[in-house]
Design a protein around this ligand. Structure first.
Ligand code: LRH
Ligand code: MN
Length: 424
């Protein structure tokens, strides 16, 4: 379903007066508003191919209907998001959930919707039908060399799919670990995993990156073999210059200071990218900015400061991806809200007066330092984000457009109320 540009124009015409009043107010407050708008226009967030259907838990899943039945329809849905907010210009595939049977056709279809292929994701946390060896006791950590080789071969196959689609990065998340003390020799598990990752690393094309995603727990509940940022950094440092850590916001123990982790990984030049979501307890995969918006702001504050300190290009030098699951919301509405939260938070972080903040830090002026951060966080930047969208051809209010045009009803009409998407 390709959105009709004139429908978006009609929507914007209806909202333009209000928008311009708000925009003119905030634009007067911002130094170099043009530069800020350009940064927002350039900033693209990759949408996960596994989060276009209704997610669930072991207790249940309540599909909402009209879910994409194949990769083509998933690309259509992400194309729809991108047409509305012009900030979702990439798709991150998960293999084997979304194998591109005909890569040329899939690449052309994605290009038609203005989409590129971001990081490819391998899957050695589930057993596929006909698979020779089970991953029940892990994949790259496994005591059995044949199981490790199977996981290595799968990751190399995923790189091949990515090459055909124009992707230039591989995310490796390993569910490997243990559920009980004594079950695992931690050093052997680390060494097996490192040797396995080294074999995948040596198959990486020169211009590719490998993202090593860490996670504190689940599905293993005693130890995880890539369990925190330190372990991921250890692997990425031992692997080489093309290996980086990947920060999934939901993969930390309670009260972890994620913004400090981000600052240090950036300082080391080993931060590869993000899986954005939000959580209150565990890996809840909730809408970005829905539970801890100030933490997200503090993370973007460190990102802008750290990337500028290294002369990095905000839009392209890190992997910006969402990784969420939609148990009670329409997946597309949830993703629109998540992208909006990321754009708002990035804009607020760009408003931080870095010079004054550095002065306050040098003077140990704690109160002023906090005031400078909260001044930016308490600034309503939504009209700036909307202006960037308007300039790049998007809708002033994507969510309102989606509802007013009953897009979900249209999808259910075409795909049925029982269609189920692959993924979590
Ligand atoms: C693991 C994870 C990983 C994906 C999976 C869908 O929790 O965050 O990034 O492979 O979710
Ligand atoms: Mn993730």
């Amino acid at each position: 379903m390709q959105l009709d540009k004139s429908a978006i124009e009609a929507h914007n015409e209806y909202l333009i007066k209000d928008h311009e009043r708000r925009f003119n107010y905030i634009a007067a407050e911002v130094q170099d508003v043009e530069a800020l708008l350009q940064k927002l226009i350039d900033f693209q967030v990759a949408i996960p191919s596994w989060a276009l259907g209704t997610g669930g838990t072991r207790f249940g899943r309540f599909p909402g209907g009209g879910e994409p039945r194949n990769l083509e329809e998933k690309i259509e849905d992400i194309g729809l998001l991108h047409a509305l907010n012009n900030s979702s210009g990439a798709i991150s595939l998960h293999i084997p959930w979304d194998i591109p049977e005909n890569a040329t056709h899939i690449k052309a279809l994605a290009a038609q919707h203005g989409l590129q292929f971001d990081a490819m994701n391998s899957n050695t946390f589930q057993d596929q039908p006909g698979q020779a060896f089970s991953y029940k006791y892990g994949s790259m950590q496994h005591v059995n060399k044949a199981v490790r080789q199977q996981a290595i071969d799968h990751n190399i196959e995923v790189i091949k799919y990515g090459l055909d689609l124009g992707s230039t990065s591989l995310t490796v998340w390993l569910s490997d670990g243990s559920c009980f003390p004594g079950q695992l020799n931690f050093r052997n598990a680390f060494q097996n995993t490192l040797e396995s990752l080294q074999q995948v690393y040596s198959a990486l094309p020169d211009d590719w990156k490998m993202f090593v995603e860490y996670k504190a727990f689940e599905p293993n509940f005693y130890s995880t073999t890539v369990g925190d940022w330190g372990q991921s950094l250890l692997y990425a440092s031992k692997l080489g210059s093309k290996a980086y850590t990947l920060v999934d916001l939901g993969h930390h123990l309670p009260n972890a200071n994620i913004e400090q982790i981000v600052a240090l990984l950036l300082m080391e030049g080993k931060l590869g990218g993000f899986h954005f979501n939000d959580s209150k307890y565990g890996d809840d995969d909730l809408t970005v900015g829905s539970i801890k918006p100030y933490q997200l702001f503090l993370i973007f504050n460190e990102l802008v400061e750290g990337m500028d300190a290294r002369g990095m290009k905000h839009a392209t030098d890190l992997g910006w991806m969402i990784d969420a699951s939609h148990n009670v919301k329409d997946p597309l509405e949830d993703l629109l809200q998540s992208v909006e939260a990321i754009m708002i938070t990035y804009a607020q972080a760009l408003l931080v007066d870095r010079k004054k903040l550095a002065e306050a830090q040098l003077n140990n002026d704690v109160v002023t330092a906090q005031e400078i951060l909260q001044q930016a966080f308490r600034t309503d930047v939504r009209a700036l984000v909307a202006a960037a969208r308007l300039r790049s051809g998007g809708a002033l209010n994507p969510l309102a457009f989606y509802r007013q045009h009953d897009i979900r009803a249209g999808l259910i009409n075409r795909r049925g109320s029982k269609s189920m998407a692959t993924g979590l």
